[in-house]
Design a protein around this ligand. Structure first.
Ligand SMILES: Cc1cc2nc3c(=O)[nH]c(=O)nc-3n(C[C@H](O)[C@H](O)[C@H](O)COP(=O)(O)OP(=O)(O)OC[C@H]3O[C@@H](n4cnc5c(N)ncnc54)[C@H](O)[C@@H]3O)c2cc1C
Length: 415
């Protein structure tokens, strides 16, 4: 790239930032992608790879709220909280509780649907353009259950998602095992979402997009942005340890680490991290053909290029606490209750920081304080799913095009 000031600097090369950088480049913009590490080393590295367009019920909902005390009793269960972090978390939890109120949650459901509905088609276009189609496969996904109590709840859930336009089939245990013979007889039924898809290697999706961006002339700089200076009206200045990087416009896409930089440009956002874990089984012996979630155990098993990935759980402990890999290990016990012949030989563990706002919606917006600043972060459990759609919306913002959808629900000023 020449020494000229790039049109746009995108800070953060996770799935959100790389998708945006590639999209803007496609639109003819000169783009600089910046990350303190190589692309894809953040939360986007080890996720469950599920394009989960069926997830339209926000985490912040009244039913979840009622189960929180019970969930917190189980240290290896789906939700845990480090009590030393509780005082810092309290403001976020308060907002989360408010967002879970039925009238608020119904608004969130509509806003999630808007992002999810076109997501897979948008991702397919992105992968076609970058010749990465092989990294996505569309065989749908299953949610299975093992108890009668769960059967009732799943029936209600099927009615709920159908009302919101999600394609779902209710299956009994035998029908499920016909689709996934490795699942054992403890499973008495489940829901099949035929329209969803999964990635066989989400990390390679990010690195593949970044490589394509670079091959097409995009510039990548491995630098940590320490602050953003908007005082110069001719360009935005990004202060890094190596010096100053200039750009005409800047998109902040640092996932769970976006809060400090957003606050530096005048936007205080209640961004927290929901830490999640995975356990990768490179030689599982038994395998699956599509993502299978367990309703009771709240985790997902996704077949990938390099084995079977068990992923999930939420740990509220902030950005800096050390990992608790017992949470990864616990996933093996959960999976073993669904698949009889499973091996954890040479299994590897990982933890990632989901970027989460209390109302389970991302920020996709332009700053009203300085129009040269834009934001794309906070995609919580759905960053992979919503990346291509987010990139399209950001491109419309940068190109000052009429938005295809109302982006007010994702405003940075909604808090
Ligand atoms: C266990 C688990 C399972 C998941 N499963 C799914 C799933 O199946 N489907 C789905 O849709 N989503 C899933 N998610 C969520 C998804 O992974 C995230 O929403 C998504 O990765 C967020 O992407 P991002 O680009 O915003 O953040 P990240 O991938 O974290 O990228 C942010 C980048 O910003 C960089 N950065 C931070 N600060 C700075 C700075 N100051 N200067 C320069 N660079 C900086 C970081 O190095 C990082 O590379 C899962 C998450 C977890 C943890």
């Amino acid at each position: 790239m020449t020494q000229s000031i790039p049109d746009v600097a995108v800070i953060g090369a996770g799935i959100i930032g790389t998708s945006i950088a590639e999209r803007l480049q496609h639109e003819g913009k000169q783009v600089l992608l910046i990350d303190r590490t190589q692309p894809g080393e953040g939360c986007s590295k080890g996720n469950a790879g599920h394009f989960a367009t069926d997830i339209i019920l926000p985490l912040a909902n009244f039913k979840t709220l009622l189960t929180v005390p019970k969930l917190l009793m189980d240290p290896t269960g789906p939700l845990t909280l480090r009590w030393s972090y509780f005082p810092k978390l309290l403001p976020w939890l308060t907002r989360f509780t408010w967002a879970a109120m039925p009238h608020k949650a119904s608004h969130t459901i509509e806003a999630l649907k808007v992002l999810n509905r076109p997501s897979i088609d948008k991702f397919k276009s992105l992968l076609k353009r970058t010749s990465l189609e092989a990294l996505m496969t569309q065989k749908g996904a299953l949610t299975v259950y093992q108890t009668e109590a769960a059967a009732k709840k799943n029936k209600q859930h099927a009615i709920f998602v159908r009302q919101h336009g999600v394609n779902v089939n209710e299956l009994n245990g035998d029908e499920i095992r016909e689709m996934e013979p490795s699942l054992n007889s403890s499973i008495i039924g489940g829901l099949y979402y035929p329209d969803t898809a999964h990635s066989i290697e989400p990390y390679h999706l990010v690195t593949g997009l970044a490589d394509c961006f670079k091959q097409n002339g995009g510039q990548f700089a491995q630098q940590e942005v320490i602050s953003i200076d908007l005082s110069d009206k001719s360009c935005v200045q990004l202060k890094t340890e190596q010096g100053v990087v200039k750009a005409k416009e800047v998109i902040l896409a640092c996932g769970a680490w976006s809060k400090k930089l957003a606050s530096g440009v005048g936007h205080n956002v209640p961004l927290e991290t929901e830490r999640g874990y995975h356990l990768m089984l490179p030689a599982p012996e038994a395998n699956l053909t599509r993502p299978v979630s367990s309703f009771e155990r709240s985790f997902v098993m996704t077949p990938m290029q390099e084995g079977l990935r068990l992923a999930g759980t939420v740990e509220l402990a902030g950005l800096d606490a050390p990992e608790d890999y017992a949470r990864s290990t616990a996933l093996f016990n959960h999976a073993s209750s669904l698949i009889d012949k499973l091996s954890d030989e040479n299994a590897t563990k990982w933890m990632g920081h989901r970027p989460s706002l209390p109302d389970s919606l991302p920020v996709i917006d332009r700053s009203s304080i300085d129009r040269r600043m834009l934001f794309a972060f906070g995609h919580q459990h759905l960053g992979l799913t919503q990346a291509a759609m987010t990139a399209d919306l950001m491109a419309d913002l940068i190109l000052c095009k009429q938005q295809s959808v109302d982006i007010k629900p994702y405003s940075i000023e909604r808090f």
